[in-house]
Design a protein around this ligand. Structure first.
Ligand code: SF4
Length: 328
């Protein structure tokens, strides 16, 4: 690890000023410290934001929930309001990492964690995300975990978060404080960029931008689940995951909010899949059609070809679970 300066932010303004000058925010550090030890990231300065007052969970006037950026993954997963009204989020959080990591990892940091592509972490290998213009070793290499949707010829890495997949299905927004002091709110989908020609540019954040909170809309009717398919039962990243909120009224699907993990460079929401389902009577044939729509543009790279049929089976199974007449 290379030497770096460390300072503790005294205010959001102080944090933003330092970040605009090149410092990197640190909170839980559960991903950043690994990246620094491997010298994949070598910031000259860290600004510790853990003393900022961003660790509250507060109900909003409209019946939603404001999740401070420093709320830990454990506290969020175990909050009674989240467990009752947004259970897909609680389940996704508990499917991620380990208990120890969840105790340290924060909401804002979880959103901004980097891919776990093994070539990204190996400085001897070509990687356009780590070193733009050097190539992508994963393209012809071990790409079992890589993306089948939304990737580019420059990068096929996946976003590793479970939490963000649930937040995407829930229609969450992100509150961002700019260096100027102005606050803006963006849809979570708009926080992330697809890799295109610049896989090193992962978000739409500007220098000095500080994520201050995530905003959940009011709870909605319907059943919720988070299904994560992975190589072992815990402490593994998703091969494919599905966050789903589905409501059936009078025999027809009234609502279908779906997001997918392990498939794309960002948590993936496909409006056309939801449109395929809404207004229709649940059936295996309908769910297969929804999978066709989701996977119409899917592209494997050899080692990850299996994700295409796996995603199909997982989506159909999740939709069957969420629309079963006797489901609790
Ligand atoms: Fe790097 Fe992306 Fe290729 Fe992985 S998939 S080696 S992160 S460019």
């Amino acid at each position: 690890m290379r030497a770096f300066d460390y300072s503790r932010a005294t205010s959001a303004s102080d944090a933003s000023e330092k970040a605009a000058g090149g410092a990197v925010f640190i909170a839980g550090g559960t991903n950043l410290l690994d990246l620094m030890k491997l010298e994949v990231m070598a910031p000259e300065a860290l600004v510790d934001i853990t003393r900022l007052a961003l660790d509250e969970l507060a109900e909003t006037e409209g019946g939603g929930l404001r999740i401070g950026a420093l709320v830990t993954n454990s506290d969020l997963a175990n909050d009674p309001r989240v467990r009752r009204d947004w259970p897909v989020l609680s389940r996704a959080l508990l499917a991620g990492a380990s208990g120890q990591l969840r105790n340290k990892a924060t909401t804002g940091g979880n959103l901004l964690q980097r891919t776990r592509c093994l070539y990204f972490y190996d400085r001897d290998m070509a990687c356009n995300k780590r070193a733009p213009g050097t190539g992508c070793a994963a393209m012809e290499g071990v790409n079992r975990m890589m993306a089948i949707l939304g990737a580019s010829e420059k990068c096929i890495a996946t976003h590793p978060s479970d939490m963000a997949v649930a937040l995407m299905a829930l229609g969450a927004e992100v509150e961002i404080r700019a260096k100027s002091g102005e606050t803006r709110v963006v849809a979570l989908d708009d926080l992330y960029r697809l890799p295109g020609d610049r896989p090193d540019q992962e978000t739409t954040l500007a220098p000095g931008d500080l994520i201050t909170a995530v905003l959940l809309p009011p709870p909605v009717a319907g059943r919720q689940t988070y299904r994560k398919v992975r190589d072992r039962a815990s402490y593994a990243f998703a091969l494919v995951s599905v966050a789903g909120i589905v409501a059936v009224t009078e025999g027809r699907i009234a609502r279908a909010d779906l997001a997918f993990g392990g498939l794309a460079p960002k948590p993936w929401r496909a409006a056309e899949v939801e449109e395929t389902l809404v207004g229709q009577a649940p059936s295996r044939a309908l769910f297969e059609t929804a999978a066709d729509v989701l996977l119409a543009e899917a592209q494997g790279h050899g080692g990850n070809d299996f994700k295409i049929p796996l995603t199909r089976r997982t989506l159909v199974s999740v939709l069957e679970e969420l629309t079963k007449e006797d489901a609790a």
